[in-house]
Design a protein around this ligand. Structure first.
Ligand code: ZN
Length: 139
């Protein structure tokens, strides 16, 4: 239960066209939407291709690998469910497929991170319904 003393982390709001992404994540699989007409990867999931406007989209298994495009280390935060996680890393990951994903870098010393560092996907249980794709340095 969420209240001022015991806040809970926000849950993803899932649009119908993004449901396959979250269903796969629950099985610890990272998939990306692809356009069936121009063949480009799409992330975040959309109802139509942002490149060519086609509504013919499908899903492909992603490599789960990429590089840190940009990141920040959160060391101070207003009272929230995230305070217990500090310091934590919020990052934009450029996946090998060419799309960027906002996530966290985990299983790391934040001081050792750098842009362009190779990372791989890992999954973290949020609650009974959601498994969140996160990333860790590729060793
Ligand atoms: Zn397209």
């Amino acid at each position: 239960m969420s209240d001022a003393q015991h806040p809970t982390k926000p849950r993803p709001v899932v649009q119908p066209w993004a449901q396959p992404f979250w269903d796969a994540a629950r099985e610890k699989r990272l998939i990306l939407q692809h356009c069936e007409d121009c063949n480009k990867p799409i992330h975040y999931p959309r109802i139509a291709c942002p490149h060519c406007g086609s509504a013919r989209t499908g899903w492909r298994v992603a490599s789960g690998r990429g590089q840190i495009y940009s990141y920040t280390v959160v060391v101070s935060n207003a009272p929230s469910a995230f305070v217990a996680d500090m310091p934590y890393v919020v990052a934009v990951i450029e996946l090998d497929e060419g799309v960027r994903m906002l996530s966290n870098i985990v299983d790391c010393d934040p001081q050792q991170l750098r842009c362009d560092m190779p990372v791989e996907v890992t999954f973290e249980q949020l609650d009974a319904e959601f498994m969140l794709p996160k990333f860790r340095p590729l060793t």
